[in-house]
Design a protein around this ligand. Sequence first.
Ligand code: SAH
Length: 253
Amino acid sequence: MIYFIGAGPGAVDLITVRGAEILRKAQRIIYAGSLVNPEILKVYASSECEVFDSSSLTLEEILALLIDGHNRGLVTVRLHSGDPALYGAVREQFEALRAKNIPFEIIPGVSSLFAASASLKTEYMTPELSQTLIISRLEGRTPVPERESLSSLAAHRSSLALFLSAGMLEKVCDELISGGYDKNTPAAVVYKASWPEEKILRGTLETLPEIAKDIRKSALILVGEFLSDEKFAKSRLYDKTFSHEYRNSCLHS
Ligand code: SAH
C-alpha cells in the first residue's frame, strides 16, 4: 500500500498518531527533504527501511519509486511537510496512481499554518476583526490566476496567510497596501514554526520587509488585525451585552 502522510510542521511530535504508526511499519519512505525534519525519520523509521530524499528527484523518479514499492508489496510512504493538501504538489502523484489503478491512502498532518498560530498564541478568526482567513501565495514559478492576485485579495482586509512567499516580502507588502490594507496593518513572519530554530518577527505591512529581510524561505507571512493585541482589547467580544446576545443566539439556533 502507498501512504501519503503529512509529517506536520517540523517538531517530531507534531505528526498524527496514525502517521507515526505507519512510519514505524514503513519499508520505503520518500520524504520531501527540503521541509520535512529528518529527525522524524530518526525517531519513527525502522533501521531496515529504505529512505529517499525527494528534493533532488523528478516527479517521474518519485512515481517510479512509489510504483515499484507497491509492486513489491512494500509498505511505501510518501512523506510531505505539514498537511499534504496545502501546496503539497500531491495531485499529480494521485492522478498518476489513479491512472494505473494503484490504491493509496492519505493521512492528514498539522499544517505549518496552525503551528504558526500556535507559536503566535493567537487565533485567525476574531469577532469584529475578521471571520475569514485567506490562504494564498505570491506568484513565483507556479502561476497564480489573475483573479487571485494579492492586490485583489487585499480588498477583503481579512486575516491572510501566505505560503512560499517569504523571499519576496517587499513585493508582498507593496501589493497588499496598494490593494487595500492600511500600511499600519500588523504583519508577522514565522520562520520554521515548531522547529528548535523557530523565529517570530513582527511589524506592520510598512515595517516588516526591513525587520524580516534576512528570512528568505521556510516561513509564513501572516497579515491582519488578528495579530494586534491592542485592537483585540478594544473588541466587544467579552463585553457583557455581546456575550449575552451570543448565548441567546446559540440557544435559539
Ligand atoms: N504542506 C505544507 C506547506 C508546503 S509549501 C504545510 O501544510 O505546511 C512550503 C511552504 O510552507 C514554505 O515555503 C513555507 O511558506 C511554509 N512552511 C512549511 N513548513 C513551515 C514551518 N515549519 N514554518 C513556517 N512555514 C512553513
